[in-house]
Write a protein that binds this ligand. Sequence first.
Ligand SMILES: [Fe+2]
Length: 365
Amino acid sequence: MDIPVIDLAPYLEIAGRLSGGPADLPGQLGSSLSELCGEVSRVLRETGALVVKDPRCSAEDNDRFIDMMEKYFERPEEFKRLQERPNLHYQVGVTPEGVEVPRSLVDEEMQEKLKSMPNEVQPATPKGPDRKWRYMWRIGPRPLNTRFKELNSEPVIPEGFPEWKETMDSWGYKMISAIEAVAEMAAIGFGLPKDAFTSLMKQGPHLLAPTGSDLRRYGQEGTVFAGYHYDLNFLTIHGRSRFPGLYIWLRNGQKVEVKVPVGCLLIQTGKQIEWLTAGDCMAGMHEVVVTKRTIDAVKLASEQNCSLWRVSSTLFAHVASDAVLKPLGHFASSPLADKYPPIRAGEFVEQELAVINLKGSKAES
Ligand SMILES: [Fe+2]
């Protein structure tokens, strides 16, 4: 099953002129755009993922970003360790492989659930921490006054990469813009005011957090780069990766390999959108493993002398830490709303991370 590609262009053309709440929107949007917004919310609800094309995020932009990250991850471990900030809990700079722990490894409740899943849709069993590196780069402004101050730390820029800041910021901001358009369309599709989600995202602790997985070293079928988990944030977005291996679980339990066409972006639902919709849109479960298709892509890449680091240009978009997560609009009267009591987004993230940090390591976000 391929997830349909949603072209954001027709929405972007009129987005700036839209005003008002759900009652006024259908008239301003016309029937085809109303349907498109309905499609966005329906696909997010049924699959936990969405593939979009945003004319502002080109395949060349994605290539420029991935080329730089491949060059970085290919540098020796001693070099990359210079960008490591364990004293700042890896909130900026590089996180080496073997630090992030997938939730399925430590969450007993989740392990029980996994055992009850039919064999053919069971995720790979991680045997330890994830075998992937990650780089954390903050995107967007932070609030001056907040109860949840991030550790006060300067961004880390590796030596010998003069293009670093510009490349990270420009790709990061472009992906945030794509998320904002999707968040507006989804809100409209869910029957909420168009800024129901985006107003909560302002000054959120958004993170550009690309991962690097070394397929030369860990190219065996079945190797787990990111064990089965969900994301803690609102929505996650990635550019197209050069190597396949990402699996998602649909709401109906089906396990699906994600194929992102060239020039498109992949969006996944996190726990915060689940909270805001009282579970109408659930956080999408996913994993990244080496498969036969990954190995085929590795063969092709080695023949063409290309990098064998699998880079994913992940960006985690968050609800602002001081904003309150609670079911919005008509979702407040959902029979499931009690499962999602009001909580500040910053506190929610801290609680979620504690589940895994208690075991002494860093969580998948
Ligand atoms: Fe994830």
